[in-house]
Structure formats: C-alpha cells, structure tokens
Design a protein around this ligand. Sequence first.
Ligand code: ZN
Length: 334
Amino acid sequence: MPVSAEWIRQLPKVELHVHVEGSIRPETVLRLAEKNGISLPATDVDGLRHWYEFRDFAHFVEVYIKVTECVRTVEDLEFVLREFIRGQAEQNIVYTEATYTASTVETRCGIPFAEQLGALQRARAWGNDELGVDIQFVLDIVRGDRPERAMQVMHWVADSLGQGVCALGIAGFESRGTIIYREVFAEAQRLGIPVTAHAGETEGAWSVAETLDITGAHRIGHGIRSIEDPVLMRRLKDEGVVLEICPTSNVCLGVVPLLSQHPLPKLMEAGVAVTVNSDDPPMFGTTLTDEWIRCAETFQWDEATILRLNETAIEAAFLDDEAKRSIPRPSRSG
Ligand SMILES: [Zn+2]
C-alpha cells in the first residue's frame, strides 16, 4: 500500500544528519545580511534560490561559508538556532542531532566558542520546554583545518559532552584526507567521545575505509560511494556501521544524477544500515518530511520500511538506552 504524505507528516521522526548553518531560512539569511551590512549575490528569496543552484561541491562550500558569515552576533546565532528547532518541531522531528561548525563561526563570525555554547544550550532548553522536542549538537572539524585547530574542537566537545553536545564530527573537502587528524581521533577515542564522519560523498570507497580506520566512527555521513567496493560493503555490514543518507543533497551536488538512480535501495538490499536525512534543507529545496515522501514515492517504500529506518536512526543516536526508549514511537495507520 502506498504511504500517504499526511502519515509521513505526522510521524514522530528522528534526524541524525542536518547542519544548523545550512538550515538557515532564506528570509533569515537576507534579513541578517541586511542588518549586518553583508552583500550577497541576491536580495530576494528567488534570487537566493538561484544562488543555491550548485555547480559542484566547491561552489556549495563557497555559498555555505558566505551564508554562515551572515551571523555576526550571539543573538543572531540564537535566533537561527531557535528558528531551526521550530522548523524541526513543525515537522514532528522529536529528536535531532545537528552538526554545527563552531570553529568556522568563531573564525568567520567572531563569536567566541564559550558564547556559542551558551546559545546552543539556551536554544536547546527552549526547544525542550516550549516545543517538546530535543536536539543535540555534533561539533565538526573541517577537513583542511590545521590539526591543532581540530584538536581544539575535539577539546570543546570533550568539555561540553552531555551538555547539549553529543559527538565530534568531520566534514569539508574529503580529498584533503583524514589522516592528518589521526592524533585528534585517537584522543577522542581515548576520552570515549562519540564520532560521526562525512565520507564517501565526493570521494569513493577509499575515503570511507580511511575515515573508518582513522576516526573509529560507527556512523558515516553519506557513505553512499561505499557501493563501489564489495569488500567495504561487507565491512560496513559486519561492523554495523550506520550511513546517514541525504538523498536530495546527493542529487543537488551531482553525486547521483537522479533520485531514482540513488544507491539507497542497493545499500539496504546488501544489509547496510541506513537512515534518511535532509543535510542542508533550504539549500537543497527540501525538508526531512519531503525526503521521506520522495523516497517513499521513488522506491515504493511502505509504512513498515519507513518505521524500520526511523528505528535505525533511534538505535544509532548518541543517546543512552533509557533516552532511546523515551523517544516517541510512531504507529502504523489503519
Ligand atoms: Zn552533511
């Protein structure tokens, strides 16, 4: 039986891979740019959407940084965070692990990390109290950053773990490799810090294998190009690695030509654990709800499949067993 969009909308959902800065609403990007005297190549929402037609990953990063730079004060940041959490709540996303690049916000926006952390924690508490949804943050290293800077990010995570921050991440240009951060991730493992790592998006299976080796992660952001290597596919299955898949993002950045050609169903058939996520929703013209609707239509998923993948996300969340049990579970219709 086909799944109704309404059932997907009301479903209590969990999201593991979405970026705070990549989720800023276009109207808010424009307002902050104007308020802070930042010139963008667009002055209205349509223009911004046109600017979000990405040529490739490098172009995407360029736009992403420019959008991040529109945030200039801790008040701006808190506004963006609350708006993000409200957007999650409106989709009935009851629990979110959102990636947030504190190091870029410190260097490019001039907001010291301690102030950022205060904003993250206040916004989270507000979301809990006022909207009844929970969020935790993954602070990520940007590939290309100096290892000393990456070590500092790791220490930020270590010092704020369990206080709104749940893990260390790594993103940015995969081609720059992960090896130079070997000591950072060794230290993170020694301190018991959970890790999730982007890999296998713009680079092939080698990048996923290297990232798993170096970071010790059991969650990989994207990872879809693992499909190119049967040995790696077996490893993902055997080690129970969970892929945070962002289907529309992959289409928008040209990693796959069409959603119907996305390797998601093949990864599932091979027994690799997958979850569905939105990545940078307004930049890719999507929402988590839309991702589920598009996947259900394109891959002929039924309710049971969606419930199973949502459960995979709960299982893979950086939460203890009691917290996982307390997440509201959806029910099947009819
Ligand atoms: Zn991402």
